[in-house]
Structures are given as structure tokens and as C-alpha cells.
Design a protein around this ligand. Structure first.
Ligand SMILES: Cc1cc2nc3c(=O)[nH]c(=O)nc-3n(C[C@H](O)[C@H](O)[C@H](O)COP(=O)(O)OP(=O)(O)OC[C@H]3O[C@@H](n4cnc5c(N)ncnc54)[C@H](O)[C@@H]3O)c2cc1C
Length: 616
């Protein structure tokens, strides 16, 4: 099986040269850290990802989670890896030291998550969900519950899940029927949850479920949902494990991918003996759960990035080695030397698609999460509000675009490998199968598009969107006359204007009571939005890269084009910066024009989608 490959140089570029993440160390919360510490964390994470987690990706796929005699087991190789993962404190990279975590910025944690998820995405789901559930309880549970559960979850001793979905309540989460009846200081829980990732397994001695349920007198819909902490095994007052809490796994799903993740049907209270503890107040469960859902949405986008990036690296390595055909300019010469496929223009097109999209998505996710870090430390109220606004606005874009692109880049990478890409000998077909779920779980991408169009654009009187546009305009003003990059900035400015036009059409339609028309175009609109924001993110990076490249060329005395090409071919750093500019050029010229076609469709006034009788 091929080695797991990661673009660490790009991760470092984004952290230090693009975002300047080390400036967080100037704030009290992160004053004990430095760039050197961040680098050490990245190196250690990558070592673990390559040496311990990537080797179990194959067994994760071939053996997967098993369900026998009512119990779920993970492949035995998962156990040693999980122990090392927890011993290294990787579950709590960004967790507050008060709860036993390392207290690092979320942006650094995100970078380590890419390494782990790309190495074996199914394996990382258990610790990922445990972190999210732990944070949910840390934020909203009572002091008593926190004291018992939170630290043991953050250390990985006990695992966590996320229990929303029921047979009749998938996207429509407000339709959950699981019942919680008060009984003294706790509630009796009865109901069935389906599709629960890591709902049962043998990695940990206990599993703690955050469960959405309704009390008997709760109002209907989303406003009648409460959140409960439901352990698999009850916990005695001294913290030791007590009796089984009547949470049975009925089955696990056979799936297209992520075989190493158990997707469980969980029956709560089959024997009338399942108890749960209320988290926060009754009927406010969905408000609390949104914290975990929003974090998970970024996390799922990150999974998409990780798999797309890993697939692209495989395709790149393969294309350098695989010899096939001759240079098209000498195709009639039977004696022409055979070339590696990376020299064929169509293969280069596919590889540049993988590179440009991966770098764009990585930049988008890191920029968004960095806003969350800044929001936490800044003392400036206006900056905090703006950062939080970015996070709100961009979360559905991160989730949907990154997951769609993770799948597309994986499929594209299969194509680069040709027939071998379709075979199990190379990992790209597994990356594609594993990546597909990411556009479905954690709110399908259709639901993300509705969130962007129906909620986020108009949120706080449209200020989130206006602030975002304001920043795009500032960037355009500052760089439109750049002698080298100006023409790409102009193309981006045009794309941004088209996005504004689409937003204005939606606003006018909504104001005139025609909300169905925007809703029917929400998914292409989200794609337009993502392509504009990704162009911006790549252009911001290109501005930095161009400066650095010019500096190197000047230092090397490379005046004419031939000398510059030689320096770029021979110098790793010059090649990296030139590569960054190429990614931007490819994205802005080959992908961004898509927004024009999408706007044409939005402007068409065609209502085929909405009419009766168009589907048989
Ligand atoms: C492998 C796996 C792991 C999962 N892990 C978890 C987990 O850990 N915890 C958990 O709670 N759930 C989990 N889920 C459930 C997952 O979140 C749901 O499958 C998802 O939310 C969609 O629900 P559904 O499958 O019922 O599809 P449906 O809701 O039936 O949707 C079907 C299609 O209709 C569309 N649709 C539905 N409603 C609307 C609407 N109002 N407007 C527009 N389009 C709509 C959807 O976008 C989708 O394309 C998991 C699922 C899988 C397959």
C-alpha cells in the first residue's frame, strides 16, 4: 500500500505566512506558546499520523467495524492506535488545560486534524465525536455532571457520540420522538436513534451519549427538544462504573465507505431502565446542540479536505512515475522517448484542479477557524462580533464546499491513475468511497445551502454578508493595479459582482413573497459563493507568494525569464511560491468563470424545478 502523503509546506505557509497564527501568542490565553511549539506539535502529529494511524487505514476498510452477539468491535489494530492517540493528548489539542487539554489554538488543532483524518478518517471519528460531545457538556451541563464526565471524555478514557437522527427525523431534526420522562433528579429515556457514529464499540469502557429527546408536555417541533446526557454504563458517586444503562445496539450499517466507523442503531430503554440527565434547561436542547453541530460542520469540511488532499498527493506521486505515451508534439515519431504522464496537458489539468482546489479549501477552512480563535482572544468588541459573523456566514460554505470537493478531488485523482486508480492496490478509490458520506451527514449539503440562503445572508440585518463584501472590496481596491496579479484581481472582482447580483435577485424575490425561487437555486448559489471566497483566499495567498518569489529571484540575480525559470526549477522555496501563484491562476481562470453560468441560470426565471408535472 502506498505511503500516506501530506503537503506540510502548504500547511505551514497558511499558518505562518498567510494567517500569522503566532500573533495569537501575544494574547494571555496563548502566551506560553510560540511558533517553535506549534512546529513541534505539527511534526509530532504528522509522525503519529504516518507511523501509527495511516497503517490502519487498509484494515479499517477491509475488516471494518463488526457486530456480533449484540456487541460492536473495531479491528484489533484500532486499539493500540487509540491508546497512542490518547496518550499523546491528541483528543484534547485545543481543550482548556483546566480540563486536561493542551490549550492550543483551534487553527493549529485543525492542521493536526487534517493529518489524522487523511491518515484514517474512520478511526478519527470516535475521538472527534468525543471531543465535540465533551465540549457540549463542558459548556452547558451542570457542575456535577461536568465533574464526573468531561475530563474522562477529553482524555479519551470514555468516548462520546451525537444522537440526533431517528427513522422519521433525519434532516427534519425537529421531528425526534425519543421520550424523556422526569423521575426525581434524572429522566427515563425511551426511543430509537439510527445512524449513530461510534454509537457502540469496544475502544473505551464507557460511551457517553448526548441525546435529543422530548418531555411528555413539550411543545411540538424544534422548540420542544431537550438535551440529555445518557451514559452506556451508569457512573457511581466515586466515579467508578455502575450498572448497564439499557442502551442496546440493535445493528450496524453496511456502507459504501468509512467501514471502520460503526454506524449504529441504538435502542434506549428497551427494558425501561435507561436514565439520562438533563443538560441545561428543558426545551432548549437544539440551541445547545447547535454548538456541537457547528463544530462538527467545520470538522466534516475538514474530513473532506483531508481525503481530497491525500488523494491529490497520491495522484501527483503516481503521475511523476507512470511512463505512458510520448510528448504530443512528437507523436508521429515512433522512436520518441516515452514520458511520465505528468507531462500530458490533460493530466496536468487534472492535477492542477486537485492542487488548486485543495489549497483553496485548506485556506478557507483555516481562515474561518482562525476567526474563531481571534474571536476568543480579542478585547475589541467590534472585532469579536465581526469574527463571529465570519464564522456564522462561512460555516455552511466550509461544510458543503469542502465535502463536495473532497469527493470530487478524490474521483479526479482516480482518473489520474487510470485503471490502477479503480483498483484497491492504490488508496484513491477508498478515499473516494470514504469521502462521499461527508456531503450527507451533519446536515446534507442541500440543507447547508438553505442555511446560507435562508438564514445567514439575512442574519443581523445582513451585516455578516455586508462585512464580508466590504472586505472583498477592500482587497480589490488595494490590489487591482498590481502589475503581476492585477488581471486576476479584476477577474475576481467580476466574479464578486456576479455573486452580488445573484444575492440581490434572491433578496428581491424574498421581499416580494417568492421564497421558493431562491430556495430552488440555493445549492448552485452556495457553489458560487464558495468559488468567489476561494478565489479571494487564493489571491490573498498569491500576493504573499509573489512578494517572496520576487525576493528570492532578486537574491539569486535572476533577471531574465530563462534565469528565473532555472531558479524556480532548482530552488524548493521558489518552486513552492511559484506553485502557489499557479494554483490561484488556475482557480481564477478555470473554475471561477463557473459563477457566470450559475448566475445565468439564476437570472433565467425558469421554474421547471417548481412546477407540477415536471417529474414522472
Ligand atoms: C454513515 C453515517 C453516519 C452518521 N452519523 C450520525 C451521527 O453520528 N449522529 C446522528 O445523529 N446522525 C448521523 N447520521 C445521520 C445523518 O446526519 C443523516 O443521514 C442526514 O442528516 C440526512 O438525513 P436522512 O438520511 O434521513 O435523509 P433525508 O432527511 O431523508 O434527506 C434525503 C434527501 O432529501 C433532502 N432534504 C430533506 N429535507 C429537505 C428539506 N427540508 N429541504 C431540502 N432538501 C431536503 C436532503 O438534502 C437529501 O438530499 C449519519 C448518517 C450516516 C449515513
Amino acid at each position: 500500500m502506498a505511503d500516506y502523503l501530506v503537503d506540510l509546506r502548504d500547511v505551514r505557509f497558511l499558518l505562518y505566512e498567510y494567517l500569522g497564527v503566532e500573533r495569537l501568542c501575544g494574547y494571555e490565553k496563548y502566551r506560553e506558546f510560540s511558533k517553535e511549539v506549534f512546529d513541534m506539535v505539527l511534526d509530532q502529529a504528522l509522525k503519529l499520523a504516518k507511523e501509527v494511524i495511516a497503517p490502519i487505514n487498509d484494515v479499517s476498510d477491509r475488516v471494518g467495524a463488526r457486530f456480533e452477539k449484540g456487541k460492536v468491535s473495531f479491528p484489533k489494530e484500532f486499539h493500540a492506535a487509540y491508546q497512542k492517540y490518547c496518550e499523546g493528548g491528541w483528543l484534547g489539542v485545543s481543550v482548556d488545560p483546566e480540563w486536561g487539554g493542551q490549550g492550543l489554538p483551534k487553527t493549529v488543532s485543525l492542521a493536526t486534524s487534517e493529518f489524522f483524518s487523511g491518515a484514517c478518517c474512520a478511526f478519527v471519528m470516535t475521538p472527534g465525536l468525543t471531543h465535540g460531545a465533551g465540549h457540549l457538556f463542558e459548556t452547558f451541563a451542570s457542575e456535577e455532571l461536568k465533574a464526573i464526565y468531561v475530563e474522562k471524555m477529553y482524555s479519551g478514557q470514555w468516548a462520546g457520540t451525537m444522537c440526533l437522527t431517528e427513522p422519521q427525523a433525519g434532516s427534519a431534526v425537529g421531528d425526534v420522538k425519543t421520550v424523556a420522562v422526569r423521575e426525581g433528579d434524572h429522566y427515563k429515556i425511551t426511543g430509537t436513534k439510527i445512524f449513530i457514529s461510534s454509537g457502540d464499540h469496544d475502544l473505551t469502557e464507557n460511551i457517553i451519549h448526548p441525546v435529543l429527546a422530548r418531555t411528555p408536555d413539550a411543545p411540538p417541533g424544534i422548540k420542544g427538544i431537550s438535551l440529555f446526557l445518557v451514559p452506556k454504563f451508569r457512573v457511581n458517586p466515586d466515579g467508578s462504573l455502575g450498572e448497564f444503562n439499557d442502551v442496546h445496539c440493535g445493528n450496524i450499517e453496511e456502507k459504501m465507505g468509512i467501514h471502520g466507523s460503526s454506524t449504529c442503531t441504538l435502542n434506549f430503554g428497551d427494558e425501561g431502565n435507561c436514565i439520562g440527565y438533563l443538560v441545561g434547561e428543558e426545551n432548549k436542547g437544539i440551541v445547545y446542540m447547535f454548538q456541537m453541530m457547528n463544530e462538527a460542520r467545520i470538522g466534516v469540511g475538514l474530513q473532506g479536505l483531508a481525503l481530497g488532499a491525500a488523494a491529490h498527493q497520491q495522484a501527483l506521486a503516481y503521475a511523476r512515475e507512470r511512463i505512458q505515451g510520448v510528448d504530443i508534439r512528437v507523436m508521429k515519431d515512433p522512436n520518441a522517448p516515452r514520458v511520465p504522464i505528468i507531462e500530458h496537458p490533460d493530466v496536468r489539468r487534472m492535477l492542477l484542479f486537485g492542487k488548486a482546489v485543495t489549497e483553496a479549501v485548506r485556506g478557507l477552512l483555516m481562515k474561518t477557524v482562525f476567526k474563531a480563535d481571534l474571536a476568543e482572544v480579542t478585547t475589541d468588541d467590534a472585532e469579536r462580533e465581526k469574527c463571529n459573523g465570519y464564522l456564522e456566514l462561512l460555516t455552511p460554505v466550509c461544510k458543503a464546499y469542502a465535502s463536495d470537493m473532497g469527493f470530487e478531488v478524490s474521483i479526479n485523482s482516480i482518473q489520474v491513475l487510470g485503471g490502477y486508480g479503480y483498483c484497491r492496490e492504490y488508496p484513491v478509490e477508498q478515499y473516494a468511497r470514504d469521502a462521499k458520506i461527508m456531503s450527507i451527514y451533519e446536515g446534507t449539503n442541500g440543507i447547508q445551502a438553505l442555511d446560507l440562503v435562508g438564514r445567514k445572508l439575512a442574519m443581523k440585518g445582513g451585516t455578516l454578508y455586508m462585512n464580508f463584501l466590504g472586505d472583498l472590496n477592500k482587497f480589490i481596491e488595494s490590489h487591482k493595479s498590481d502589475p503581476k496579479l492585477g488581471k486576476y484581481v479584476s477577474a475576481f472582482a467580476e466574479g464578486k459582482t456576479l455573486l452580488e447580483e445573484a444575492s440581490n435577485i434572491f433578496m428581491t424575490k424574498s421581499l416580494t413573497g417568492d421564497m421558493l425561487y431562491p430556495v430552488s437555486h440555493a445549492t448552485p448559489y452556495l457553489r458560487m459563493f464558495a468559488e468567489v471566497v476561494c478565489s479571494w483566499v487564493l489571491l490573498e495567498q498569491a500576493v504573499i507568494a509573489q512578494k517572496r518569489l520576487d525576493q528570492i529571484l532578486q537574491e539569486k540575480g535572476a533577471g531574465d525569464e530563462a534565469q528565473q525559470k532555472k531558479v524556480i526549477a532548482e530552488n524548493d522555496e521558489a518552486r513552492f511560491y511559484a506553485g502557489k501563484i499557479s494554483s490561484m491562476r488556475f482557480y481564477v481562470t478555470q473554475i471561477l468563470p463557473d459563477v457566470k453560468a450559475k448566475l445565468d441560470s439564476i437570472k433565467s426565471e425558469d421554474r421547471t424545478v417548481l412546477e407540477e408535472g415536471t417529474l414522472f
